[in-house]
Write a protein that binds this ligand. Structure first.
Ligand code: ARG
Length: 572
């Protein structure tokens, strides 16, 4: 596809000395207000070298480049050269490109196959997979897809919280009060119950604490019975997590969680000692980070057991050695900001120049309309229940609206789950937000169902046009852009054109909401086009051209939704 910005840089550079094509490229802006053109070139910087007032320079440039065929018109306004791309050129170019690329439209190869790790979801074994976890899961999944679309080789890691002293407590509780059948029936709720029970009992029976600690030590030493129990808890929990991942269509390449690093810890501690970073403090080993304005990092406890942060240091070193990553991205709540600052600093102090390639992508809290969640007070909402409820409610809405669908179960799943995902990815990730049922399932607001509905509408136009006409629309020779130069067609084409760059922007900011917003704009632009233009007209050439536009918009919406981890129903 023509890269108009590059093209413009080339054209302008033919008329001014002293600035490279790249410099010019970097200076070109996209005006907020499309009345000021599709692109604008500010001339302030040139005043010194050219010894002329910026408006004069702008007017010279405008006069020189104005009759180039890629422009409809070029104007000087104050110090700016405002350029309007030829509508026909852009519209045709976009349609032909999208229809040629199909589901690859939007991809770039900026990544050049470099390896990027995206660590996301990472729930804790035997703890509820609640609505709070949806953020890491859904944001991380989208970031992974965005990086793939940018041509990176992405490794998706689920750093399961499957290790730590709590497993000593859980095994201890299981031995005292547990039974196998309950765990199999409802693993997470049951294990959580054991864990709570342990805490209730320990107040009156402090010896339980010692018992639990000894069990954990045995686990750390790989003793058979403890390891088997732990492994079983882990397997059962994972089954439950996997049910949710399946509903969301999410997969991982590795489940190497905290336990995976248990045997790699001594090397880390040794490395820290070799670099004189370890200090003793009340029997424990710490790294003092005060010179960097951070609280000390606790590396090993006084009883010798390792800690969360030690495992993160080990994990990062392991990943560098194993994958030689270009970036190692962590999608983890902002509550853990300090933790990430600490261990990334320690990697730096170990002398690894790739410390800066470890990137924490934080996100804000999600709360419920009735208040924040609290495991302890039983105010947790299980993610699986939320997804199921979304599907059920969507089914009701579909029935009520008399939506036409050949498979109500499937459509309700796509739309219901999509709605939750879309809402999650609509806000800037760092913002706290309140989960609201009304907003999630609104078919008219800027929601998932709205976008999917728009997609289905485009699909329906193409169905109504018939296969023969649609096949013709795929052939560039049949497209005559003269028929689609109306404002709404042009706005739609511009948004489709901007999709690849939008994906790159989202990737660089680790911000899927950039894509979400763009898709909403696309859907709105499509609906305006649909409203303004009569598509299935008698004139064959005009009809085919408009159908091609519909097909291009449909593909762009579908590809955008796929980056959020959402499906696009053909009917609804
Ligand atoms: N399991 C942790 C939690 O649920 C999140 C793990 C984040 N990842 C990491 N590498 N520390 O809070």
């Amino acid at each position: 596809m023509v890269n108009f910005k590059e093209e413009i840089a080339k054209i302008i550079s033919g008329h001014i000395d002293g600035l490279s094509e790249q410099d010019i490229y970097n200076m070109i802006e996209i005006p907020q207000d499309s009345k000021m053109g599709d692109y604008a070139f500010p001339c302030f910087k040139l005043a010194k070298t050219l010894r002329k007032a910026p408006p004069m320079i702008a007017s010279d440039i405008a006069a020189k480049i104005g009759d180039n065929s890629i422009f409809e018109k070029v104007e000087q306004v104050n110090a700016y050269v405002n350029m309007f791309i030829s509508k026909e050129e852009l519209v045709k170019d976009v349609i032909v490109e999208v229809l040629k690329e199909g589901e690859d439209y939007g991809k770039t190869d900026i990544g050049g196959g470099k390896t990027v790790i995206v660590e996301f979801s990472s729930p804790n074994i035997a703890k509820p997979f609640h609505i709070g976890h949806i953020r890491s899961t859904v944001i991380g999944n989208s970031i992974n897809k965005i990086y793939k679309a940018m041509g990176y080789n992405v490794v998706r890691i689920n750093h399961l919280g499957d290790y730590g002293t709590q497993f000593g407590k859980m095994i201890c509780a299981y031995r005292h009060w547990g039974n196998k059948e309950d765990v199999i029936k409802e693993p997470i709720k049951t294990l959580l119950h054991y864990y709570t029970k342990f805490h209730e009992e320990v107040d009156n029976h402090p010896e339980l604490d010692d018992e639990a600690r000894q069990i954990f030590t045995k686990l750390e030493h790989g003793e058979k019975e403890e390891t088997e129990l732990w492994q079983w808890f882990r397997d059962e929990s994972l089954k439950e997590f996997n049910r949710v991942y399946k509903m969301l269509g999410i997969e991982f390449d590795s489940y190497a969680g905290e336990s995976f690093y248990s045997d790699k810890m001594p090397q880390v501690v040794q490395m820290l000692k070799d670099n004189n970073l370890i200090e003793k403090s009340q029997g424990a080993e710490i790294v003092d980070l005060e010179p960097y304005g951070l609280t000390p990092a606790l590396i090993t406890k006084s009883d010798g057991s390792s800690l969360y942060i030690t495992r993160d240091i080990a994990a990062s070193v392991y990943r560098k050695n194993t994958y030689d990553f270009y970036k190692n991205i962590y999608v983890v709540a902002s509550q853990q900001n300090l933790h990430f600052q600490q261990w990334i600093k320690i990697i730096e102090l170990l002398g690894f120049d790739w410390a800066r390639d470890n990137i924490h992508v934080p996100f804000g809290l999600v709360s419920l309309e009735e208040g924040t969640m609290s495991t302890r007070h039983g105010r947790v909402v299980f993610l699986e229940d939320v997804l199921n409820r979304a599907v059920e409610q969507t089914k009701e809405i579909i029935k009520e609206k008399g939506v036409n669908t050949d498979n109500i179960e499937e459509t309700a799943k796509q739309v219901g789950i999509g709605a939750v995902v879309f809402q999650e990815l609509s806000n800037n990730r760092i913002k706290d937000y309140v989960f609201s049922w009304n907003k999630v399932l609104d078919f008219n607001g800027e929601t998932g169902p709205y976008v999917q509905y728009t997609y289905a509408r485009a699909a329906s136009v193409l169905r109504n046009a018939g296969q023969e006409a649609c096949a013709k629309a795929l052939d560039a020779h049949n497209i005559n852009p003269e028929y689609i130069t109306g404002d709404s067609a042009y706005e739609l084409a511009k948004l489709i054109y901007a999709l690849p760059q939008t994906i790159v922007d989202a990737g660089e900011k680790y911000e899927p909401s950039v894509v979400t917003r763009h898709i909403v704009n696309l859907a709105q632009a499509f609906n305006r086009f649909y409203h303004d233009e009569h598509i299935l007209v008698d004139n064959e050439e005009e009809k085919i051209t408009k159908l091609a536009m519909v097909a291009a918009a449909k593909t762009a919406i579908k590809n955008g939704l796929a980056l959020l981890g959402m499906e696009a129903p053909e009917r609804m």
